[in-house]
Design a protein around this ligand. Sequence first.
Ligand code: GLC
Ligand code: MG
Length: 727
Amino acid sequence: MRERGVYILLISVHGLIRGEAPELGRDPDTGGQVLYVLELARALARNEAVAQVDLLTRLVEDPAVSEDYARPEEALGPHARIIRLPFGPRRYIRKERLWDHLDHLVDRYLVFARDLPRLPDLMHSHYGDAGLVAVRLSTLLDIPFLHTAHSLGRCKRERLLMAGGREAALERTFHFERRIGAEEEVLRHASGVIASTRQETAEQYGLYDRFDPRRAVVIPPGTDLARFSPPVSRRPDPAMAHLVDRFLARPRKPLVLCIGRPVPSKNLLGLVEAFGADPALREAANLLVVAGRHEDIRGMDEEGRRTWEDLLLAFDRHDLFGQVAFPKAHQPGDVPAFYRLAALRRGVYVNPSSQEGFGLTLLEAAATGLPVVTTDSGGPRDIIANCRHGLVVPPHDPAALAAGIREALADPARWSAWARNGPRRVRDAYTWEAHVDRYLKLALRLLRRLRKRARRARAGARPDGLATPFLHARAVLVCDIDDTLTGDPAALAELMAWVAARRGDLAFGVASGRKVESALRILRAWGVPVPDVIIGGVGSEIRYGATAAPDEAWAAHIRQDWRRDDLAQALRDVPGLRLQARRKQGPCKLSYVVRPGRLPPLGDVAEGLHRAGLRANLILSRSRHLDVLPARASKGHAVRYLAFKWGIPLDRFIVAGDSGNDRDMLVGDMLGIVVGNHGPELDDLRGRARVYFARQPSAAGVLEGLRHYDQRLLGLRPGRGPADPGP
Ligand code: GLC
Ligand code: MG
């Protein structure tokens, strides 16, 4: 890590990412996006303003893929590395199946982040899945994030529906509901969206309710154009000339070059038809079509075979033999030579495609000094505007295309100007260096603005906004509120001073039967500062810090099998139960007042629910309150979840309580303190390991317990400040 500069975390979770020989095109998830994030990571790291770039992705252990993807870390050159964290199944799975597992990546990263020298300043997520991870991390760690969609669910679904796909079947394969919901959430939270073209912002992101165009910037991706440069010698590469010229009757004529995969959207056939039907153009130039390897057309995939059959039939129909070259197999290294040959012959590159997202070949032509003619669609339009190396013609109009090519070839002075513009302008606008310059300008401006805002917000309030205290905490104190913290103002003040003296090493939390708002109210009334974490509604909610940022992963985790209405229905006729006030109920909390003596044994109630196929956690406190919660929710579950999520061992949690709903956080590996004024329902915990029964009541009892659990055990530095209770 450089000493100064921004620390950037790129997140790209799907596909197979490695810095050494990336397997681009290996499967649908390992393609353009993978190349983009790798090149972006390296280019950012080359900039002096960047301290470090981490590229976070999934660790995959699968005999079907290379072991490289099971390495937790891979260097991408100085100041850049890939971080791989395992989550979900070990094996490689396609991106549509990752959604359920993303929360685990969040948790893994939180634990990973504990060992970082510092937290990243900025995150940048790629695609909706990584975006969701960024949303969660950003709420928990208060790190802003930028987002790049790469592709969007709404557009893809529309395209597939238009192609005749059935909605239900598409949903089963692609999980569009999940994806689009996630994308909306990401667009709501992202501080900025980075798009590659203007058309992308207008026509694609524009389909999203949460998209705010003011937060979008268009920064074209850099391209690695090192392989493309104008011809240095007047004489063409002999092997290349041979490959092409043997097709041509008069090889010296200008070459009209088109390179594209043999798929319908590239519209190669449209170009051949336009060329074939225009006698003047046929007189003026030769055509060179480079469309994949076609060793044996019959052995190609369906699309490729059909495209080539159509092309060959069109060559024949227009009798283009001697005027069109369509070399067979070519090596990847040949591609730059095709452009150079066309440039030497003072030809043009043509992009005839009906819809082009970006238009990489136009940049390659520009870098070679080969003027272009392109149909008018989003990406290419931007490229011509930036590089000024050719003409734009309307799409779906063969005559206009042919006329455009003729026109481009007609004026030698203009041709030369275009040929000069391309190499210079493409390097100004489309290199990764140019990309990173604009990127960092945006990022630094954003970070400055957010810092200013945070300073202003902090002027009155406590400095720690979100959950960051957890990241550095070596121990956590979690106290119940009513009758554990409250009761003795002087003792409570002393306890809070003890906590304050250990800030940084110690995180402070409360766990209450009250919902979060009510808990915050009573804490304020008792002069307790806002805790780092609030477990509210008997564990049915977890929120962090002054902004009360919700732990969404917890909310999603406990919701499983929770059928609130059915439970309320089933409990309606149980004697001795009366619903508590509306405001005490929550989406995951169903609470009753208990008439003592009338309620049947709790085991019987639970049994009845079980027989009705309902799952719930029933918690009785002081024989007065019954809380019905999701099976996964309780104060104890919440504490264990925090320990796991933040990577803090359970025996570094000191927990204090007084009544039944505290029970399951008092037992286990945690260090429990039962205050002197506890309810009889906790009596049977006496004698248990790691449950200390204080003699003194409430906060004084908590202090007594803290003294009992020697601080050294907690890994805290020896007490600082006047309030240290001492041994
Ligand atoms: C608090 C809550 C109540 C809950 C009780 C026991 O009093 O307001 O809803 O039932 O704690 O957990
Ligand atoms: Mg209590």
